[in-house]
Write a protein that binds this ligand. Structure first.
Ligand code: SDX
Length: 430
């Protein structure tokens, strides 16, 4: 039932459209009957003005720089919850009590092992393979060991698929990394927590199995939470879109990884470090020079880690990460010159009218790479780490889409500007 209506006047008449109010944020004009009643479609490249579904998972107030997961502020869940606790919150809508959390953690920990036949899968990739290519392929590959294709999946099967993906993704990510550095795969240890297990599988090896620094565990836990969900971003919209054709959860998530890999999305964290490193290494690459290139309409150069489709304010996640990066570096008695350069570059950009006029601020990717480096990850693993964080968000949206009676297969329209019908010329007449 709509709350009010909006009237659209066209050359060939007008139409009353229902308007739906949201709990918080923008109301929505329901245009589902627009084409049938007016013969018109709307035009909205990138869907910046188009809501594709009702959702209750995450809310972003872009103007105020507020991010809520199921109503809880990101700053609170990032500082008070474990990543698995936030994953449970995103999937099931409530924070788990002690018993629910213990059951959830033990169910996940019991499934971190990959089928042994997956070893040959990793061996089939060249060492130089980008780990995102390995991760998205492996996500489809592990689905072949489970019965995930039954349609429609029962609720218990959906829950089982979610647990399998969340449990096994850290092992896949760690083994993709081990493959790329030619070290033996490290098997999961069910006695370790989710994050500690991932760090041990990534950084330990048969001749060095030091206990994982609790500071690194805390930082990784917070980073995964800060990447956990962000409403209808490009990769989540992709997961929903693929899932709308009734494709299974695993292949929908694998498609989301492809979208996240792009440098305009989750690949930006890697691109930010490349930019900061070039300022550090190359005397010809200066902060004023970068700002000038970012402002030059004839240059497709972008200040990576800056700007956002929804935030017209500072991304709250960027603030938390920047503060934590300093704390982690201090605790390890390390300094990273790229953090100083990042801060200088941020100050120069925010002081420039070009960025201020367009409300361009640091986003989640601007400082995350500094923290990933401090934790010992190589550049090529950064988007993989974003993937590990975003996984429960993708699954929560896939589940919400799958259970939503309003869901229809994604099939946008177009404004055709090609040739009108014309006669087919024989080849000798061309
Ligand atoms: C993520 O959607 C999400 O929620 C994503 C995410 C998540 O958690 O899922 O938050 C994660 O993907 C963060 C974004 C990471 N990407 C980058 O940091 C890449 C750099 N940023 C930009 O490419 C851009 O800001 C986007 C892609 C993030 C947003 O692009 P929009 O909303 O399509 O904006 P636009 O390209 O239309 O830009 C509007 C104006 C343009 O200038 P004018 O044409 O008005 O003169 O702002 C300019 C752009 O040229 N602009 C930039 C800029 N970002 C926008 N100019 C220089 N540097 C930039 N970074």
């Amino acid at each position: 039932m709509s709350d009010s209506t909006a009237r659209l006047d066209l050359d060939n008449g007008s139409v009353e459209l229902d308007v739906y109010q949201s709990t918080v944020g923008q109301p929505g004009i329901d245009i589902r009957k627009l084409r049938a009643t007016t013969g018109h479609v709307t035009f909205d490249p990138g869907f910046g003005n188009t809501a594709s579904a009702h959702s209750a998972i995450t809310y972003i107030d872009g103007a105020a720089g507020i991010l809520l997961h199921r109503g809880y502020r990101i700053e609170e869940v990032a500082s008070k919850s474990s990543f698995l606790e936030v994953a449970y919150l995103l999937l099931y809508g409530t924070l788990p009590n002690v018993g629910e959390l213990l059951t959830w953690e033990s169910e996940i920990n019991a499934q971190t092992l990959l089928n042994e036949e997956m070893r040959s899968f990793f061996d089939a990739f060249p060492r130089r393979a980008h780990p995102m290519a390995v991760l998205s392929s492996a996500t489809n590959a592990i689905s072949t060991f489970y019965d995930v294709y039954r349609r429609p999946m029962r609720e218990d099967e959906i829950d089982a698929g979610a647990r399998t993906l969340i449990a096994k993704m850290p092992t896949i990510a760690a083994w993709a990394y081990k493959k790329s550095i030619g070290e033996p795969y490290v098997y999961p240890d069910p006695d370790l927590g989710y994050v500690e297990n991932f760090l041990r599988m990534t950084f330990s090896n048969p001749i060095s199995d030091e206990p994982i620094d609790p500071v690194k565990v805390k930082a990784m836990n917070m980073l995964l939470i800060l990447h956990a969900d962000h409403e209808m971003n490009c990769s989540t919209a992709t997961v929903r879109g693929v899932g709308s054709s009734r494709a299974n959860m695993f292949t929908s998530v694998a498609a989301g990884m492809g979208a996240l890999w792009g440098p305009l999305h989750g690949g930006a964290n890697q691109a930010v470090i490349d930019q900061l490193q070039s300022i550090h290494d190359d005397p010809d690459a200066t902060i004023p020079g970068m700002i000038a290139r970012a402002k030059d309409r004839n240059d497709d150069f972008r200040l990576m880690g800056f700007g956002h489709r929804v935030y017209s304010n500072y991304d709250p996640r960027a603030r938390v990460i920047e503060k934590f990066a300093q704390e982690v570096l201090d605790s390890m008695d390390q300094a990273d010159p790229l953090l100083d350069i990042a801060r200088e570059l941020e100050a120069a950009a925010l002081a420039d009218p070009y960025f201020a006029e367009r409300n361009l601020y640091p986003n989640v990717d601007y400082y995350s790479g500094i923290l990933f480096r401090a934790l010992g990850f190589p550049l090529r693993m950064f988007t993989v780490l974003f993937t590990l964080g975003r996984l429960p968000g993708w699954i929560a949206h896939w589940m919400e889409m799958n259970l939503d009676s309003e869901t229809k297969i994604m099939r946008p329209r177009q404004i055709y500007i090609g040739e009108a019908e014309r006669p087919y010329p024989a080849i000798e007449d061309r």
